[in-house]
Design a protein around this ligand. Structure first.
Ligand SMILES: Nc1nc2c(ncn2[C@@H]2O[C@H](COP(=O)(O)OP(=O)(O)OP(=O)(O)O)[C@@H](O)[C@H]2O)c(=O)[nH]1
Length: 380
């Protein structure tokens, strides 16, 4: 059997560290989800300290009543944290306050009886079930962390439902056995899983914000493709590798034909949707390690590593046909789009991707002059 005081001490320490970290993030970024989650960790610490005092003092208003209120407040604060992240915490704040006030009144009438434990357990079981449900509102890219968090809440809710059933059976005199051991195991699970939940949340938030910052710096916000700066930086690495390994690499410059007409005839919003559609079409024809970026208004660039000129031409033709043979449909309007492509195969020793793109651009210019909707290959 695990040593309960040791587990409580470790949990208090971890929750103090995580809670303080989240509160300092709140003061730095002024995002209330950090305030709620930080408070949730510190309230849970207060709950553990108040409940642990039962061994030393006989003062149930603190060791039972206050401890129970803290135990209920911790998941309520976590729920507010979830809603604050999806900016829907205003309505939820009142509901949480009502639950807390109702619990405070009911527990005041029964805080020194077995009944208080039943009420506390029922409320936190409901809180954890709701928290798992509320997570659906979070739009995060790291699904794995979200699944883990949901799992923690669901397991926690199940543990609390088990405790509630045992306590109720005992209260009604249906059980002949001593519940002490089982309740101790449930208590340990409650402490461990709360601490685990407190650890997953900041990790998920941290990685999520890193992703947002990285996207802001490296991605085109309309299409989600790389922007010019990130594209040039990664392409130069690809070029260096191609030179070192003596492998072939192709660069493509792609431009949508007569795109001004799309904007003029259907409006800028339709033009934006058309850009997204073309970006998707281009990406759908590429391999995972090919690079694609939107480097200008209606201009895209592609780098194909480990690709010979013949392979690059086949792929360019595939991209062109994917757009030419399909129609972009928006607001019930069917719009036929086409693209022109300039392609160049790199010459060993070329170490600046801008040189390659300039050559591919010459091919693109020729394709436009020749009547558009075609691929033109350039050679060094
Ligand atoms: N909707 C939308 N339009 C854009 C964006 N960036 C550039 N454009 C438009 O793209 C059009 C580009 O037009 P042009 O450079 O004249 O070329 P084009 O009409 O595509 O003709 P060719 O390239 O010669 O075939 C302009 O009307 C720009 O306003 C954007 O982010 N969204």
């Amino acid at each position: 059997m695990m040593h309960l005081p040791t587990i409580i001490s470790i949990s208090i320490l971890l929750n103090v560290i995580i809670g303080s970290f989240l509160l300092s993030l709140y003061f730095l970024r002024q995002q209330s989800s950090y305030l709620y989650w930080g408070s949730s960790c510190l309230i849970f610490v207060c709950a553990q300290i108040a409940a642990s005092l039962r061994v030393f003092i006989d003062f149930p208003i603190i060791t039972h009543y206050l401890a129970d209120l803290f135990i209920i407040s911790a998941p309520l604060a976590a729920i507010l944290g979830i809603h604050a992240y999806s900016q829907s915490d205003k309505k939820c704040r009142n509901t949480c306050a009502y639950v807390l006030v109702a619990a405070a009144v009911i527990l005041l009438l029964a805080f020194d009886s077995q009944f208080s434990q039943l009420i506390t357990t029922a409320i936190i079981a409901a809180c954890f079930s709701y928290a798992a449900f509320a997570l659906r509102k979070l739009h995060v890219k790291r699904i794995m962390h979200l699944v883990l968090l949901k799992l923690c809440f669901v397991i926690h809710a199940l543990i609390m439902v088990t405790q509630f059933s045992l306590l109720l059976s005992d209260y009604l005199g249906l059980l002949q056995t001593d519940l002490k051991q089982v309740l101790a195991v449930i208590l340990i699970s409650h402490i461990v899983i709360t601490t685990l939940t407190a650890m997953i949340w900041p990790l998920m938030m941290f990685l999520e914000h890193e992703q947002v910052l990285s996207d802001l710096a490296n991605r085109d916000s309309l299409t989600g493709l790389l922007n010019r700066r990130a594209f040039i930086s990664v392409s130069n690495n690809y070029l260096e590798q191609a030179n070192n390994n003596l492998t072939k690499l192709c660069a493509l410059m792609i431009d949508i034909d007569f795109f001004k007409r799309v904007n003029d005839q259907h409006g800028h919003e339709t033009g934006d949707e058309a850009l997204k559609w073309v970006a998707k079409k281009i990406k759908s024809q590429l391999r995972e390690h090919d690079l694609v970026a939107r480097i200008g208004g209606e201009e895209f660039a592609v780098i194909l590593p480990n690709t010979s000129q013949a392979q690059g031409e086949i792929l360019s033709e595939r991209i062109r046909l994917a757009i030419h043979n399909d129609s972009f449909v928006h607001n019930h309007h069917e719009i036929n789009l086409s693209i022109s492509i300039g392609i160049i195969n790199h010459k060993s020793g070329t170490n600046n991707v801008n040189e390659l793109l300039a050559e591919a651009d010459k091919g693109l210019y020729k394709a436009k002059l020749n009547g558009r909707n075609q691929v033109v290959t350039m050679a060094f």
